[in-house]
Write a protein that binds this ligand. Structure first.
Ligand code: CO
Length: 135
């Protein structure tokens, strides 16, 4: 097993419009429209960079998993990083064998890009929430 490319870095933000404007106008990045992702409780703006993507995450409602993170990090902050894998079930089984915990029920969900994703417990990965996406 070997991880693939960095697919995206996700940043939780307290003001989605301000953050998108900053990436567009200050950094000159290619910023997409905002999209609601009800399955994940977030509104997302995708930013395309040459070598990867940035996802700006904003809570879709009060029950959003992002809300607690923003309560602790009111200015926003890096929420997770996403690596690509060739086969998500093979990756999951390998990681479980290596002692990593998978969040949720252990079954892949369809992520913001329409592909299967899983999240690994941050306590097993140097305090970083890691998402795996089948490329
Ligand atoms: Co993600």
């Amino acid at each position: 097993f070997m991880i693939g490319r960095l697919n995206h870095v996700a940043i939780a933000v307290p003001d989605l419009t301000a953050a998108a404007d900053q990436y567009r106008e200050t950094l000159g990045a290619k910023v997409g429209p905002s999209q609601d992702e009800p399955d994940h409780g977030v509104t997302v703006v995708f930013i395309e960079l040459e070598n990867t993507k940035i996802e700006l995450l904003y809570p879709l409602n009060e029950n959003s998993p992002i809300q607690g993170f923003l309560d602790k990090n009111p200015l926003g902050g890096i929420h997770h990083i996403c690596y690509e894998v060739d086969n998500i079930l093979e990756a999951r089984d390998h990681l479980i064998l290596k002692g990593s915990r998978i969040l949720g029920n252990g079954e892949p969900k369809i992520g913001a890009h329409g592909k299967p994703v899983l999240f690994l417990h941050p306590k097993d990965f140097t305090g970083t929430l890691v998402e795996l996406e089948q490329a």
